[in-house]
Design a protein. Structure first.
Length: 123
């Protein structure tokens, strides 16, 4: 508004209010009543390894890594199974870290070996 002094806000009753000192010493996010402050604090406190840029590969390369065909990965996407993927402007990419986690989750121990480890207490 024209004629307003810097450091003041308009009063609904028509006058000018000076900014209170609290608003000048605290960030606007610190006074919000919902958990965005926790989110911001968590983001600021992230470690470098948490901020790594994902290494994305295409469907063909992901299929090679998983020893499956690209058609199988496409079918898995349609069925909602398989590894998580990223779709940017219609192009499908897979994060290498997610592919390795998918392999680990689906690695099975032979039942004879598992039974022997359980009896020995090694798990």
């Amino acid at each position: 508004m024209p004629g307003r002094r810097p450091g003041t806000t308009a009063n609904p009753q028509g006058g000018l209010l000076s900014l209170d000192p609290f608003s000048l010493t605290h960030s606007p996010l610190s006074i919000l009543p919902f958990p965005i402050t926790e989110l911001m604090e968590n983001m600021i406190g992230m470690k470098k390894e948490d901020l790594e840029i994902p290494q994305l590969v295409g469907t063909e390369r992901a299929a090679e890594i998983l020893a499956r065909s690209a058609a199988t990965l496409k079918r898995w996407r349609c069925e909602g199974i398989g590894p998580e993927y990223v779709q940017i402007e219609g192009r499908v990419r897979y994060d290498l870290r997610i592919l390795l986690e998918f392999i680990e989750r689906n690695t099975r121990v032979p039942s004879v070996r598992a039974a022997m480890e359980e009896t020995r207490g090694v798990v």
